[in-house]
Design a protein around this ligand. Structure first.
Ligand code: SF4
Length: 322
């Protein structure tokens, strides 16, 4: 799974039932606590998703922001089913053999976006290592359906790494021209073997670099979780790596342990430390940076997209003037 959410006392999937009780879980600092979702907007979004047989990463990954986002009718649709072929140590999405691809999913996603009146939509997916193209063609179909049904909606995709899949898989998605292509590095390279064992840090970086090379007009975006035991200098190195791959937008948020079977939180990074990281990232040249304990890839994604677009215009105007 590719949005580093989790932590809202998630109902564990059967394969991930807790071995300890909730009282044994780590106590969260005050700046992490969020209210339980109860608003009418939340109920409406939930109903619509059920009616259209759509999954959201908001629910599957137990995102702590679900109350706020769904009240504002902002949800991140998770395509290609609810079962992932990988088993990352931080992710709450269930692992197993996925069901066949839902052929109605592209149309249903577009209907949901139109009904919710979304100006910006984020589409993500589980990993589908079982499919020859890793599910890339479904991303293309979803993008095309959205362009048809709701052409004013800007589209952000958050994809798997398409590791061991033909290069044409990613190329086809890029050629469908999403507005933002996001793929999360998730953590520093040293922690990959334990946190993201099925992936390779440099392969993920190369994927983002290849997107930018194929279509420089597409914004690229990536993020990491903090609190998994990474060192400050390692985070700075990730920023440099991202910039060398010409990534436009970096996100940083606190890792929260979804269930006791997942990787432990090593430390809760303070809001001040998140601000300090944001300052450093901006100095390194990202067009946009989001960094706070509750930042997630898709949190406030629409507003951030607008700001990023404006920042690029300023940058282009400066280049012209020189
Ligand atoms: S931050 Fe993203 S994943 Fe979390 S509730 Fe909001 S839209 Fe969903």
């Amino acid at each position: 799974m590719h949005d580093y959410v989790g932590g809202m006392n998630a109902p564990a999937s059967p394969a991930q039932q807790p071995a300890t009780t909730p009282s044994q879980r780590q106590r969260k600092p005050d700046w992490i606590r969020v209210k339980a979702p109860t608003s009418p907007g939340y109920a409406e979004t939930r109903k619509l998703m059920r009616e259209l047989n759509l999954h959201t990463v908001c629910e599957e990954a137990a995102c702590p922001n679900i109350g706020e986002c769904w009240t504002k009718k902002h949800a991140t649709v998770m395509i290609l089913g609810d079962t992932c072929t990988r088993a990352c140590a931080f992710c709450n999405v269930k692992t197993g053999m996925p069901r066949p691809v839902d052929l109605l999913e592209p149309e249903h996603t577009a209907i949901a976006a139109a009904k919710m009146g979304l100006s910006h939509i984020v589409i993500t997916s589980v990993d589908r290592d079982d499919l020859p193209d890793g599910g890339a063609s479904q991303f293309v179909k979803v993008i095309n359906a959205l362009r048809r049904e709701t052409p004013q909606t800007t589209i952000e995709i958050l994809t798997p790494d398409f590791r061991n899949k033909p290069e044409s898989a990613v190329a086809a998605i890029v050629d469908a021209r999403p507005d933002v292509y996001n793929h999360n590095l998730e953590t520093v390279p040293r922690l990959y073997p334990t946190i993201r064992p099925g992936a390779r840090y440099y392969a993920s970086l190369r994927l983002l670099e290849s997107v930018k090379r194929r279509d420089p007009s597409i914004f690229t975006k990536s993020g990491i979780m903090l609190g998994l035991g990474e060192e400050r200098m390692e985070v700075h190195q990730v920023m440099d790596d991202m910039r060398s791959a010409d990534i436009d937008f970096m996100t940083m948020g606190q890792y929260l342990q979804p269930t006791p079977k997942h990787a432990k939180v090593i430390d809760f990074v303070t809001p001040q430390a998140f601000d300090a990281y944001a300052q450093i990232a901006r100095a390194k040249g990202f067009l946009q940076v989001a960094s706070s304990p509750l930042t997630r890839s898709s949190y406030h994604a629409g507003d951030d997209f607008e700001q990023m677009r404006a920042a690029r215009e300023v940058q282009l105007a400066r280049v012209k003037a020189d």
